[in-house]
Design a protein around this ligand. Structure first.
Ligand SMILES: Nc1ncnc2c1ncn2[C@@H]1O[C@H](COP(=O)(O)OP(=O)(O)OP(=O)(O)O)[C@@H](O)[C@H]1O
Ligand SMILES: [Mg+2]
Length: 352
């Protein structure tokens, strides 16, 4: 089911929690709705669910406008952060509950509950109560319960935030598998950029109630539309520095980083990701920049090195077998097409 959001706004008095949002989600896609705390992710999801009434704008599921349709008539499955299972009921009864509630005959409801349980790999646990399950298992019960009505849209609000790191990764892969198996259009709210990038067909990044960019993960990472999106995606964070452009050359604190850039002379914000440097211990090219490591951190696969160009601090990543310690001089160049320039308004001007 395609979801279309048109000019959606939610205001609380003068404050706009969502400001004129436009978004179309293709049938069968999983979209990660991503942004910092308070940016309006839950508000958006609640409006899609019908639990929160828009101040302005319209929502379509397929060709049908649902803006004023009651939540129970929208054909959605909802999963929240705190699984909200009924503690006194068994797993089986929890999953069957939405069907019993809809007066589906008990035998049929049970059959469908077992079908769902099989899909989320819970068959062996049907007679247990929620408190006898792990967090990840409880979350899968919540997903089975949301899917048992065969909704056409699945809405998940930070469904993994109660799980530990390892279980989070496992459960998100599980959610992706189930979503692709059922081919259900899904919106997955998270403030974890890595989580969003790893399971989404497309990501919608929001800040302060405004949709910043809507793109497939790799394209968004490589071609962020503005400084906010650039800094929100990626760990360690993209390096942001004061850039000067003269005659098509990009400088940072007098060091020439790149030539042949067709942008007007002037001051910009530059952005370069920690993985976008070439580092050698001897000068590799006439224009290689000499730098010195101020901090070195070993993370296993790679070394994280900090260095300065003037007042600008950078972090870079190199393979962990490189012999660089604090104070070691090294030479760097930047990889082709890896320097972003942002205008004074924060919008991306180009990539060089
Ligand atoms: N009933 C309300 N009255 C006034 N302001 C509200 C109300 N509900 C939400 N807000 C505000 O709207 C903004 C968006 O809230 P929302 O819950 O959508 O954020 P979120 O992106 O889900 O954040 P989080 O990641 O912390 O869950 C916040 O600034 C919040 O304080
Ligand atoms: Mg929220």
């Amino acid at each position: 089911m395609e979801i279309r959001i048109e000019n959606l706004t939610k205001a609380y008095g003068d404050f706009k929690a969502i400001d004129n949002m436009n978004l179309t989600i293709a049938d069968g896609d999983l979209v990660g709705l991503l942004g910092p705390s308070g940016c309006g992710k839950s508000t958006t999801l609640f409006m899609l669910a019908g639990l929160n009434k828009p101040t302005a704008g319209r929502i379509f599921f397929g060709e049908h406008e649902v803006t004023d349709i009651a939540p129970e008539d929208r054909g959605i499955g909802l999963v929240f952060q705190n699984y909200a299972l009924y503690p006194h009921m068994t797993v089986e009864d929890n999953i069957m509950f939405p069907l019993i509630n809809r007066k589906v005959p008990k035998n049929e409801a049970r059959d469908r509950a077992y079908e769902m349980a099989k899909m989320v790999q819970l068959e062996g646990l049907m007679k247990r109560k929620p408190k006898a399950l792990s967090g990840g298992q409880q979350q899968r019960v919540a997903i089975a319960r949301a899917l048992v009505k065969k909704p056409e849209v699945l809405l998940l609000d930070e469904p993994l935030s109660n799980l530990d790191a390892k279980l989070r990764v496992e459960t998100r892969e599980e959610i992706r598998r189930i979503q692709q198996e059922v081919k259900i259009t899904t919106i997955f709210v998270t403030h974890d950029q890595e989580e969003a990038m790893s399971i989404s067909d497309k990501i919608a990044v929001m800040e302060k109630g405004v949709l910043q960019q809507y793109e497939v993960p790799q394209k968004m990472y490589l071609n962020p539309g503005n400084l906010f999106v650039a800094t929100f995606l990626g760990t360690p964070q993209i390096n942001v520095f004061d850039a000067e452009v003269h005659d098509g050359k990009i400088y940072c604190a007098g060091n020439m980083l790149r030539s042949g850039c067709m942008v007007p002379d002037g001051s910009y914000k530059g952005g370069i990701r920690p993985e976008s440097f070439n580092v050698t211990l001897l000068p590799s090219a006439p224009d290689a920049i000499r730098a010195e490591a101020s901090h070195v951190r070993m993370t296993g696969r790679e070394l994280q090195i900090r260095f300065n160009l003037g007042a600008n601090e950078f972090r870079l990543l190199v393979h962990s077998d490189m012999q660089i310690g604090v104070g070691t001089p090294f030479y760097l160049t930047t990889r082709e097409k890896q320097i972003l320039l942002f205008g004074q308004d924060g919008k991306t001007v180009g990539k060089f």
